[in-house]
Write a protein that binds this ligand. Structure first.
Ligand code: GRG
Length: 293
C-alpha cells in the first residue's frame, strides 16, 4: 500500500477512537473542551501510527487490538505539546495551525487539560484487551519514558541549557533522546510488548526507535530553521530567537542532514536484521526525514 493511504487509514482510526474517548462530558465542561481542542486538532499521529504499525508487523491478524494504546499515546503527546507551549516553557501562541490551548482558553485550563490528557492517555493504554502482566510492562515503558529519566528530564535539561552554547554533541543528543526520543521509543516498544515480541525483536525495535527518534528531532530543528510558520502550523525560527541548542547550530545544516539520513538507514537495517519486511515501517523511517511539517 502507498504510504500516504496507509498513514491516512491509521490516522482516521486513531481519531475515531479519540473522538469517542474525548466526547464532551457533562462535568468540568471547559476541561473536556480544552482537552478535545488540543488533542483532536490534527497532528500527524506519528506515535500512534508507529504503535499500530509495529503491532501489525508482528501480529497482522488482530492489529486493531493496539488501538487504545495508539490513542492513549496521542493523548499523552498532546499533553506534552500543551505544556511545552505554555508561557513558562516555550511560550508559543500557535500549534497545529491554531491558537495554543492557553491562548484559546487560559493558562490554568491549559495546564489542567494537559494534566487530564496525561491521565486519560495512561488509562486508555490500560484499556487494551491484553493480559494484565503485558499491560503492566507497557505502562512501565510509557511512564518511564515521560518522567524524570525521559521527556520531563529532557525538557528540564533543554531549559537549563537555553542560552548556554552546547559544544559537545553527546550532551545535545542526550537532551533530545530524553525529550523526544524516549517517548517515541516507548510508542514502538509498547506495541512490540503488546505483540509479545522476543528479546531479539525488542532489541531491533529499540535500535529502530532510537534512530528514528533522533532523526525526527534533527529534522525538527532543520524545519524550524528552513521552513515557515504556515507550513509548520507553529512559529518558525523560534530556536534561533530563543537561542536554543540545535543540531544545525552545532553541526551545520549539511552535516545535520547527513546525520539524519545515516540514522534512518541504520534504523531500516535493524529491521532487516530480524527479517521484518513490513514496508510501512521502512517508509515511515524515510518519511521522518522527508516530511515538510
Ligand atoms: C511528561 C508530565 C510531562 C511533562 C512534559 C513540556 C514537557 C514536559 C516536555 C516537552 C516535550 C516536547 C513537546 C518535545 C518536542 C517533541 C516534538 C518535536 C514534538 C512535535 O511532534 P510532532 O511533529 O507533532 O509529531 P504533531 O503536531 O504532528 O503531533
Amino acid at each position: 500500500m502507498e504510504l500516504k493511504s496507509f498513514l491516512t487509514e491509521k490516522k482516521i482510526l486513531i481519531e475515531e477512537f479519540l473522538n469517542e474517548a474525548l466526547a464532551e462530558k457533562p462535568l468540568a465542561n471547559n476541561l473536556w473542551k480544552a482537552m478535545a481542542y488540543s488533542c483532536l486538532n490534527g497532528g500527524k499521529r506519528l506515535r500512534g501510527i508507529l504503535c499500530l504499525s509495529v503491532f501489525e508487523a508482528l501480529n497482522p491478524n488482530c492489529w486493531k487490538k493496539a488501538l487504545p494504546i495508539a490513542a492513549g499515546l496521542e493523548c499523552i503527546h498532546s499533553m506534552s505539546l500543551i505544556h511545552d507551549d505554555l508561557p513558562c516553557m516555550d511560550n508559543d501562541d500557535t500549534r497545529r495551525g491554531k491558537p495554543t490551548c492557553h491562548i484559546a482558553f487560559d493558562e490554568a485550563t491549559a495546564l489542567l487539560a494537559g494534566d487530564a490528557l496525561l491521565i486519560e492517555g495512561l488509562d486508555l493504554c490500560l484499556q487494551a484487551d491484553l493480559p494484565a502482566e503485558i499491560l503492566l510492562k507497557i505502562n512501565r515503558e510509557i511512564t518511564k519514558s515521560i518522567g524524570a529519566y525521559g521527556m520531563t528530564g529532557g525538557q528540564m535539561m533543554d531549559l537549563n541549557y537555553t542560552g548556554i552554547e552546547i559544544k559537545k554533541l553527546e550532551i545535545l543528543e542526550n537532551i533530545h533522546k530524553l525529550k523526544t526520543g524516549a517517548f517515541l521509543k516507548a510508542s514502538i516498544i509498547s506495541a512490540a510488548l503488546a505483540a509479545e515480541a522476543n528479546i531479539i525483536q525488542l532489541k531491533a525495535f529499540e535500535k529502530y526507535a532510537l534512530n528514528i527518534g533522533l532523526a525526527f528531532q534533527i529534522i525538527d530543528d532543520l524545519l524550524d530553521l528552513e521552513s515557515d510558520s504556515v507550513t509548520l502550523g507553529k512559529t518558525a525560527g523560534k530556536d534561533l530567537a530563543q537561542n536554543k541548542n540545535t543540531y544545525p547550530k552545532l553541526l551545520g545544516i549539511p552535516s545535520s542532514k547527513l546525520k539524519a539520513k545515516e540514522l534512518v538507514a541504520e534504523a531500516k537495517e535493524a529491521l532487516l536484521n530480524i527479517n521484518i519486511s513490513f514496508p510501512a515501517l521502512h517508509q515511515i523511517a524515510d518519511y521522518i526525514i522527508l516530511r515538510k511539517f
